[in-house]
Design a protein around this ligand. Structure first.
Ligand code: GLV
Ligand code: MN
Ligand code: MN
Length: 405
């Protein structure tokens, strides 16, 4: 099956006709359809497909027990109204790259696996990379069992409803010990490749990043009869905090975003009792990130006090800086530049990936495919088909270099 037809087959799954974006959230029907698609692709190619204890899917060519496997893939879930490419491009390209290697008559010296990591975006339960974090031992079973979605459904309940055993989740060192290298291809989530004029680049590092929950608690009251001076309005301190986040991020050369908010009681004619806002902040280095988040929290506490509002700040997740394996990264750059003699761009990114989680345990590298607008986490995310095909050939070259004789 060609890249084009695989892409076309996956395209309608979980797509909202209202927004044109994707709603492929963990353990929902759309997620199940994506998983069925993955199994089907594995079966078509004669690969042995298994789902691990944490819900990640693996399609194996060769004997996993032989060890030192070369693994490639990405994720199929999405953010709310996400684009088509973030995640699926890596999975579809992995199958297409295997097809290309078979066309070339490649002889495999190491086992090869294609992986679909579960719940990468954390759109439903608020924590990103749940599948890879659990497998790598970077998330405890107790913490995973406490994850709850916006409707109060816990992760174990959601897994059980989807037919999976939540009691089985946990670290999987035996599985990781079989992996000799992980290479994830991903659409670029910025315009660096567009600016250099290259279809494909190699990742150098992932910025440290995290998510913080800000709970501003005030007093619910009547919007028409409560004098301004008598209000404890948490929306005011929240709004001022959003502006402070922007200011602090600009000062530190970082980014800070309040992209999700919950308001109680959420009535048009009621002063809120609670405004809960989630901050996502990222920076090129730990010191800058600490400076931004400390500055935002300090400002938020001042605004809250000024409005008679209580504030709790909870760090919900954190991923330290990731430096991808230098030897593997240099090998990728060498393989990709070999025919042209050109230097392949090596880029850092502010986006999180399963590759970043795995890099603590396994030599890991990433390839990026040009995104002409840089837009991502939006239905407008795009990549030209020619660039996607260039990505497939680049991934095939890399896998051939790593796994074939
Ligand atoms: C995942 O795409 C993230 O960077 O939040
Ligand atoms: Mn994403
Ligand atoms: Mn992604």
């Amino acid at each position: 099956m060609s890249f084009h037809s695989m892409w076309a087959e996956l395209l309608p799954v979980g797509r909202s006709s209202a927004s044109g974006g994707y709603r492929r959230f963990a353990w929902t029907g759309a997620d199940a359809e994506c998983r069925a698609w993955f199994e089907d692709q594995a079966r078509t190619r004669g690969l042995a497909c298994e789902t691990d204890r944490n819900g990640n899917q693996w399609a194996w060519l060769g004997d996993p027990a032989a060890g030192d496997a070369v693994v490639t893939g990405s994720h199929l879930d999405s953010v709310p109204d996400g684009g088509a490419f973030d995640g699926p491009l890596g999975v579809v390209s992995a199958f297409a790259a295997l097809d290309e290697l078979r066309r070339r008559g490649a002889r495999f010296a190491r086992p090869l696996a294609i992986v679909n990591f579960g719940d990468e975006e954390g759109a439903r339960f608020g924590l990103a990379c749940v599948g890879s974090r659990l497998t790598a031992g970077a998330l405890t079973v107790e913490d995973a069992h406490r994850l709850t979605d916006g409707d109060g459904i816990t992760l174990p309940e959601a897994m059980e409803a989807a037919g999976y055993d939540p009691e089985a989740i946990g670290p999987d060192p035996e599985r990781l010990a079989r992996v000799g290298a992980y290479v994830e291809l991903h659409v670029e989530q910025g315009r660096a490749l567009d600016l250099t004029g290259d279809a494909v680049g190699v990742a150098s590092a992932i910025w440290p990043h995290g998510r913080w929950r800000f709970d501003f608690r005030g007093e619910a009251n009547h919007a028409g009869t409560t004098r301004l001076a008598d209000r404890s309005d948490p929306m005011m301190s929240y709004a001022e905090t959003v502006l402070a986040a922007r200011r602090e991020a600009e000062l530190a050369g970082a980014v800070a975003t309040f992209g999700k908010i919950a308001v109680e009681p959420n009535g048009v004619n009621a002063i809120p009792s609670l405004v809960r806002g989630w901050l996502d902040s990222r920076a090129a280095d730990q010191h800058s990130l600490d400076t931004v988040v400390t500055g935002i929290e300090k400002a938020a506490r001042e605004y809250a006090a000024a409005h008679g509002v209580d504030l709790d700040v909870v760090r919900e997740s954190f991923t330290p800086v990731v430096e991808f394996d230098h030897a593997l990264r240099d090998e990728l750059a060498r393989v990709l530049g070999k025919d042209t003699g050109l230097t392949v761009p090596v880029l850092g990114t502010g986006a999180g990936h399963d590759a970043g989680i795995l890099s603590a345990r396994v030599p890991t590298a990433m390839l990026f495919v040009r995104n002409p607008t840089g837009v991502s986490h939006s239905p407008a995310e795009s990549a030209a088909e020619d660039d996607c095909v260039a990505g497939v050939l680049a991934l095939a070259d890399v896998l051939e270099g790593l796994a074939c004789t």
